[in-house]
Ligand binder design. Sequence first.
Ligand SMILES: [Zn+2]
Length: 64
Amino acid sequence: MENLSNQSDSILVKLTRGETVVCPRCGKSVILPANPNIEPSKCHGFYCPKCNFMVNWDPMVIVE
Ligand SMILES: [Zn+2]
């Protein structure tokens, strides 16, 4: 699990570029922006609607 933060960083990089990222936890959905009303490049939080996996620019709020 020590690589989780690095993995989340790369997920965030892809998401903020507007790329589609499949949830690394459940693999059954794509990661969506927490706020769909703003551009992905400006969104600081993303989540998986299937398993509630969350990634955020603040590493302290990654939810296991
Ligand atoms: Zn998931």
